[in-house]
Design a protein around this ligand. Structure first.
Ligand code: GTP
Ligand code: MG
Length: 197
């Protein structure tokens, strides 16, 4: 797929104030600092479109970006940031779960997983919750440039093995590096296919 245009539309704290659900939508979620905003910028080839930071907790709102004037990419705040208070974590959970379960034009959620790490409980639990809710999702392993290919493959295999305990059919997955622009065509090709359905 060729990205001809990618523009910021709106940031929200309220699900009720989101853009009209009249176009297909793809949300990017995962632990704080996993690389969601960087991945979005890499996919649309616009380095500054979604705000990124070395410090976790940069993205705080639901951010809509309109792509090719026909579908939305959504950048979400990360989960699992240890320095966030219990109250704000609960608030985040409610807000994001509300968005993910209610958003009728949401086609697929991309769950980002740090490819350097062994399976993390918080990511597995989140995938299970999506499964229980019947929300379609795919996995995107990030920061693959940070270690060797075999090491990434090992972590992917472990995550898939852990998921097999709960899922009969494993989700699609993509290995990416925003730094090296790896995985772009695969992720965009997947979105294209879903958009054609
Ligand atoms: P929050 O919005 O805080 O939840 O973070 P995020 O998931 O949006 O992460 P963000 O894109 O802001 O990236 C976090 C840090 O990781 C930044 O310093 C990025 O430069 C770095 N980073 C992201 N993707 C990659 C990658 O593929 N390779 C490398 N080497 N660094 C990356
Ligand atoms: Mg972010």
């Amino acid at each position: 797929m060729i990205i001809k245009s990618a523009t910021f539309v709106v940031s929200n704290t309220k699900v009720s104030a989101l853009p009209a659900p009249d176009r297909p939508e793809y949300a990017f979620i995962g632990r704080s600092n996993v690389g969601k905003s960087s991945l979005i910028n890499m996919l649309v080839s616009q380095p500054g479109l979604a705000k990124t930071s070395q410090r976790p907790g940069k993205t705080q709102l639901i951010n809509h970006f309109l792509i090719n004037e026909s579908w939305y990419i959504v950048d979400l705040p990360g989960y699992g940031y240890a320095r966030v208070s219990k109250t704000s974590r609960e608030k985040w959970e409610k807000f994001i779960r509300n968005y993910l379960t209610k958003r009728e034009n949401l086609q697929c959620v991309f769950v980002l997983i740090d490819s350097r790490l062994e399976p993390q409980q918080i990511d597995l639990e989140f995938c299970c919750w999506l499964g229980e809710c019947g929300i379609p999702f795919a996995l995107v392993y990030t920061k693959a440039d940070k270690q060797s290919g075999p090491k990434t493959d090992q972590n992917v295999a472990k995550f898939n093995k852990a998921l097999k305990q709960w899922f009969e059919e494993l989700p699609s997955f993509f290995i990416t590096s925003s730094e090296k622009k790896q995985g772009k065509e695969m992720v965009l090709g997947f979105i294209d296919e879903v958009n054609q359905d």
